[in-house]
Design a protein around this ligand. Sequence first.
Ligand SMILES: Cc1cc2nc3c(=O)[nH]c(=O)nc-3n(C[C@H](O)[C@H](O)[C@H](O)COP(=O)(O)OP(=O)(O)OC[C@H]3O[C@@H](n4cnc5c(N)ncnc54)[C@H](O)[C@@H]3O)c2cc1C
Length: 432
Amino acid sequence: MAWDFETDPDFEEQLAWMRIFVREELFPLETLTLTPRQLARALAPLQDEVKDRGLWASHLPPDLGGGGFGQVKLGLMHEILGQTPYGPVAFGNNAPDSGNAQLIAIGIESTGREDQREQWLAPLLAGEIRTAFSMTEPGAGADPTLISTTAVRDGDEWVINGHKWFTSNGSIADVLVVMAVTNPDVHPYQGSSMILVPAKTPGVEVVRDISTMEDPVEHFGKFGAHAEVMYRDVRVPAGNLIGREGDGFRLAQQRLGPGRIHHCMRWLGQSRRAFDMMCERAVSRYTHGSYLAEKQTVQNWVADSLAEMTAARLMTLFAAWKMDKDGPAAARDEIAMIKFSGAKVLYDVIDRAIQVHGSLGYSTDLPLEHMYRAARAARIYDGPDEVHRVSVARHTLKRYERVDVPSEHVPTRRAAAMVKFANLLDEVALEG
Ligand SMILES: Cc1cc2nc3c(=O)[nH]c(=O)nc-3n(C[C@H](O)[C@H](O)[C@H](O)COP(=O)(O)OP(=O)(O)OC[C@H]3O[C@@H](n4cnc5c(N)ncnc54)[C@H](O)[C@@H]3O)c2cc1C
């Protein structure tokens, strides 16, 4: 019987190294205010170390330049890396670059366009270029069938017009992956495509980095910011199409499945960090005659948080396992479930950790307030939680049929049982 929760010893060794590396090399960087150039300099030797251990860009199969880990291993890795925003960057698998590399790789697989490997995939995997994923528009978010950006074929070029926003890393990207309608005469599922647009192409205007709850101070050109981008008569070669014309939604699904597993495991890494802070505070803070650890409410928060994190972790690794075994389509409901439940666990655990720290938790002397603001977005990006709930409920309810009498109606079941066991009941009655 194959039902195993163990990690193979070689990979466990790598995970153990990652835990120490992240804590000792990356956590300290968080406390410094570095310019993008200073940060790149600080990260370069660390990235070399990661490459030496064979852990760089491990999200792709080896023939496509990656480490060839399945989703379970990647999930375990992301749980460690997700503790700090610098983790995925140091390991060459940060969003949106990792997902975009996957997109290009899937496109090459389906079209055999080897030139795209050299032009885009290789420099992306080497960390030489940065990308962004430009799908959401001010008028089309949770429902991407409403996208109005168009790409019209003109000879050997695509001409793109549209208005996007929340393009993460859009202001620092070298290349933007743009989702556009290429055939308005069919359903968007068949009529949308993804096209690679170099950021310096005439007509691309990065209007601004949108100030957000996580990062309310106005700035431009910051890693992790979310850009508003105008595309006005942007001309790119026809060969910049990813996959085939009309593949946009299919590609988006393939990209988002693994991405959600990585997000959820990163959230669990963040949750664990907040949880550890909460427990440390609980055993350290004395008030009203006892340590916080001895107050029942705090004990409830500790126990509930641990149970919720454990449940989310098992669900996420199960979704990863199912995806490795049967592919992203088979794991669709599991992926949707971890998206909304994982986002809630993250939010709740950080919230409790702040509460246990009181004013200190609310202050910028601890990372909790920033984690809390960032966590709020998890309920919105990658599809709002409500959309995932609707999807899970719809698939689940399809498996049920309408009835006049509930299947578990006791009087009805009793009548049926009396018929089924009539002989037995007669014998028992005769025995008195
Ligand atoms: C931090 C962050 C980073 C992002 N990065 C990117 C990126 O890199 N590239 C990109 O293209 N986009 C990105 N996005 C955009 C993200 O994908 C969208 O925000 C998301 O798809 C929701 O779209 P919307 O914000 O337009 O909300 P809307 O579509 O306006 O939805 C608003 C709300 O309506 C409700 N709702 C919507 N549909 C349903 C439904 N079917 N049933 C019930 N309730 C529903 C939900 O509560 C939802 O929150 C990012 C967003 C955030 C916050």
